[in-house]
Design a protein around this ligand. Structure first.
Ligand code: CS2
Length: 479
């Protein structure tokens, strides 16, 4: 039997059920992947009992797998919180499902006056940004959206189309809150939307600039991809099949810039933190948590580990990463009022050790070219400015290059720049030079930096042999 509204009564007692009344759609979300379903949708689910206006219309622009599974289950799915005493809840925040190609429905939904907030988790690459903060006008999706503004393919194209439809209909703009791991995600997406709107119609751009708020957010909860083991566990506990079940650690944080207009969902009432300084939290999280994650992923994969907890059980690797974060990352992270960053480091490392979470390193290793600039290179820039060493920070980058070089083919690497990265890593003469020359990857401040080049060359040599890498991790953890 499959989870649905009709089968809800069959759930065993003790499993929390969703709000039973009717809900309206007040939020449109792009990218209903596991992270969104485990994180933002959980906050909204806990809000609906008090205010059922904020159901979520889930939009998938590319693949219909998740939207298809949700549609077959009346939008319901199971969330498992994993720690020593796992907890299972059925989430009922999804009020509508819009799959790829349903453009007329999407346009209507975006123009609906009841919709006040649009959120997104489309991964770093889904925003079509160039090397810095601006929209990449050479991106094929953006080229397409400029030529066909009413049939967009990109998220940014749909935001512009939705706002244009509201303006024409005399409906107030919705607010936008991107929820991906990008620093200043609100500001960047806002700039990208304005850039595309301007290219289409300067009056529209002026209206958006005046009417639409883009809130930066910091999102955090470790969410391993759903796998067959999870689905089987969920069915064993609930007695129901669920093709859209998700899992995450119990810890969860959602920090939202306090620029959203009144009249929207009161996410603060269900634990989201509204603040003026999202940038500080975002930077701290990206450099500390995500920086350590990426370091564990590439170094751990070279050392044969498969999960974050396994990599943390490799004491040589765990000591190295801890030393890297404390000595090289932390000093470059500006202080946050009322927030103990040193303690945050310990908490993050403890979360990585959670034995109830099987978080695959291969999942974190995806899209390195999109992630490393914010996760590690920003720390390298800060270290160079302050005259601190960069050897430790660049060893995981070298491990990434080595991991790419060992891939059988470019096609086996999950990264939008895979062909270029694979060709560079396999360059027999100067792979480090080829990587450093990539403008979208290396920040300009580092591209011609001899100290960076030396450290990467060292790392590249070191990662060629397991014994050398072992010795380097041990000695760099002591320095
Ligand atoms: C991870 C993140 O997959 C990755 O790259 O580093 O998704 C991480 O688990 C989350 O940001 C935690 O909030």
């Amino acid at each position: 039997m499959r989870l649905s509204r009709a089968t809800l009564p069959a759930l065993p007692p003790g499993i929390a059920r969703p709000y039973h009344g009717a809900i309206n759609t007040g939020i449109v979300h792009f990218g209903p992947g596991a992270f969104h379903r485990a994180h933002q949708a959980d906050y909204v689910d806990r809000l609906l009992g008090a205010d059922p206006r904020w159901g979520i219309a889930e939009v998938s622009l590319r693949t219909g797998t998740v939207t298809g599974a949700l549609a077959a289950q009346d939008g319901l799915y199971t969330l498992e919180l994993r720690d020593a005493a796992p907890e299972i809840r059925v989430i009922g925040a999804v009020s509508a499902v819009i799959g790829p190609g349903e453009t007329a429905r999407l346009r209507t939904q975006l123009a609906d006056p009841k919709v006040r907030l649009v959120t997104s988790t489309v991964t770093e690459k889904g925003y079509c940004l160039g090397g810095d903060t601006t929209l990449d006008f050479a991106h094929p999706d953006i080229v397409h959206d400029l030529a066909h503004p009413d049939q967009p393919q990109s998220l940014v194209g749909w935001l512009v189309a939705g706002l244009a439809a509201r303006r024409t209909a005399g409906v107030a703009a919705f607010a936008v809150a991107p929820c991906d791991n990008l620093p200043d995600n609100g500001g960047r997406v806002g700039a990208a939307v304005l850039a595309l709107a301007r290219a289409r119609d300067p009056d529209l751009a002026a209206w958006i600039a005046g009417e639409c708020r883009f809130a930066a957010t910091m999102v955090d909860s470790i969410t391993p991809a759903a796998d067959a083991v999870l689905l089987a566990r969920v069915t064993a506990v609930t007695g129901l099949e669920d093709a859209a079940a998700v899992q995450r650690e119990r810890f969860s944080q959602w920090v939202i810039e306090d620029v959203l207009p009144p009249g929207g969902p009161d996410l603060g009432s269900v634990g989201a933190v509204m603040t003026g300084d999202v940038a500080g939290f975002e930077r701290a999280k990206l450099r500390i948590l995500n920086g350590a994650h990426s370091a564990l992923a590439y170094l751990g994969l070279l050392r044969g580990a498969e999960s974050v907890a396994e990599a943390m059980a490799d004491s040589r690797l765990a000591s190295f990463v801890e030393r890297m974060v404390i000595a090289d990352v932390l000093p470059g992270v500006p202080a946050l009022a009322g927030f103990d960053l040193r303690r945050y480091v310990d908490d993050v490392l403890a979360r990585f050790r959670n034995p109830a979470i099987y978080h695959r390193l291969a999942q974190i290793a995806i899209d390195g070219s999109q992630k490393l600039p914010y996760r590690l290179f920003d720390s390298v820039v800060a270290a160079r400015v302050a005259g601190r060493p960069v050897e430790r920070l660049l060893l995981p980058v070298a491990a990434w290059m080595r991991w790419i070089a060992r891939a059988e083919s470019a096609a086996s690497i999950n990264d939008p720049l895979a062909p270029m990265l694979w060709a560079a890593a396999r360059d027999g003469i100067d792979p480090v030079g080829r990587f450093m020359g990539m403008a979208t990857l290396f920040p300009a401040a580092l591209r011609d930096d001899a100290a960076v080049r030396d450290a990467l060359l060292n790392g590249w040599q070191t990662t060629a042999s397991d014994a050398d890498l072992d010795a380097a991790l041990a000695s760099l953890a002591r320095l």
